[in-house]
Design a protein around this ligand. Structure first.
Ligand code: 2AM
Ligand code: CA
Ligand code: CA
Ligand code: CA
Length: 271
């Protein structure tokens, strides 16, 4: 098993995918609705996911995949010990549909249930975030690290509304925003879970939490944040389970503690 070969193959495919996303973002799109009016998918999401899976399969026939546009069709997610690529072909599809240049492809490789590789690429702003376990995190090849901010009152916090319009969930989202707004430097909502995590890894933001996300939203970002010296945990304070649909990623364990104690917890069910 050669991780360098896996990384190089993924890197090339992510760059190819980025070229497609960049070409398509300002063109008319066929937009389809998934679970509700704000849960969207385009031909490009599907094209990019297929490109990545076909490209990896052609080189590494035994590799498996968990991809948003392939696996979310009611198929049960089963992570084995086999090398498994977790793919979000376009994270920030709503931004992509509107032409807001804050969108990316996110891929992670998990082997024996340990994340080895994480790549998040925003091809519009040319931001390529990469990490390999034990080897640090990088933006366009330059090492990055978290801000290290330890106090909530000095933190810039990334939040998202998600696509769920379930009143119970929206109430929790809004209450958490209300609780935190008065306690932080500022709140930002940019519409991409993977890029939110990369902003924490970069030190441009200090924390990010979300309930309702899926494993493909966070698998790569989790490794990138940890390799940048940050902390990714469950929002209630325990260890992160990337399949639990909940995440809190933070620039320091002190800040993680402070935020997790304030958050109203929400435990999403499978949709
Ligand atoms: P997507 O663009 O791949 O669908 C926007 O709130 C961010 O949350 C995006 O990263 C989006 O991913 C992701 N997201 C999608 N569905 C979600 C849901 N039901 N709850 C929370 N986040 C979701
Ligand atoms: Ca989606
Ligand atoms: Ca996503
Ligand atoms: Ca997506």
């Amino acid at each position: 098993m050669n991780l360098d070969n896996f990384y190089d193959a993924a890197f090339d495919l992510v760059k190819q995918a980025g070229t497609i996303i960049r070409e398509k973002i300002n063109r008319p799109k066929d937009v389809m609705i998934k679970s509700c009016d704000v849960d969207l998918v385009t031909e490009t999401d599907k094209q990019v996911e297929k490109l990545f899976m076909d490209g990896i399969s052609a080189k590494f026939a035994d590799h498996r995949f968990i991809g948003e546009e392939t696996t979310s069709d009611g198929a049960k997610i089963q992570l084995t010990d086999a090398p498994t690529w977790i793919i979000d072909p376009i994270d920030g599809t709503m931004n992509f549909v509107h032409g807001l240049p804050h969108t990316c492809i996110s891929v992670a490789l998990v082997i024996n249930k340990v994340t080895e590789i994480g790549i998040v690429y925003n091809p519009i702003l040319e931001q390529l975030f990469t990490a390999r376990r034990g080897k640090g995190a990088f933006l366009n090849g330059t090492p990055i690290k978290v801000s290290g901010v330890k106090e909530l009152k000095k933190a810039l916090l990334m939040v998202e509304m998600g696509t769920s319009r379930d009143p119970e969930k929206m109430k929790v989202v809004m209450e958490n925003i209300q609780i935190l707004t008065s306690k932080v430097h500022g709140l930002r909502t940019l519409g991409s879970a993977a890029l939110n995590m990369c902003m924490v890894a970069l030190g441009g933001a200090d924390a990010n939490f979300e309930f309702g996300i899926h494993v493909w939203d966070i698998a790569a970002g989790d490794l990138i944040v940890r390799e940048a010296g940050g902390v990714c945990i469950d929002p209630a304070g325990g260890p992160l389970n990337i399949f639990s649909r909940r995440v809190l990623c933070v620039s320091s364990s002190e800040l993680a503690q402070e935020i997790s104690q304030l958050l109203i917890q929400y435990y999403p069910e499978e949709d």
